[in-house]
Design a protein around this ligand. Structure first.
Ligand SMILES: [Zn+2]
Length: 87
């Protein structure tokens, strides 16, 4: 692969962690930046998948713990469709 900035050929990238501000909800998230090992330019960036997965697990766990009734939701009886009474 060629770096789009310095045009040098490279078979590796340097991964750096950055913080990105999410302007909508004024939070920050971890970002991975993939950089050229020759010139250091950022070639690509994405949300840190591990940090994102941990965030989702934490949020879901917190929501489940805040439910007033944490037991299983009641389900409708199965096989109870249109039973006839023969007279
Ligand atoms: Zn470069």
């Amino acid at each position: 692969m060629k770096c789009p900035h310095c045009k040098r050929a490279t078979s590796s990238v340097v991964v750096k962690t950055l913080m990105a501000a999410i302007l909508v909800n004024e939070q920050e998230c971890n970002v991975l930046a993939y950089c050229c090992p020759v010139c250091g330019a950022i070639i690509s960036a994405q949300a840190d998948p591990v940090a994102l997965a941990n965030y989702i697990v934490d949020e879901v766990t917190e929501q489940l713990q805040q439910r007033p009734d944490a037991s299983q939701p009641k389900r409708k009886e199965a096989g109870d469709k249109g039973s006839r009474e023969d007279k």
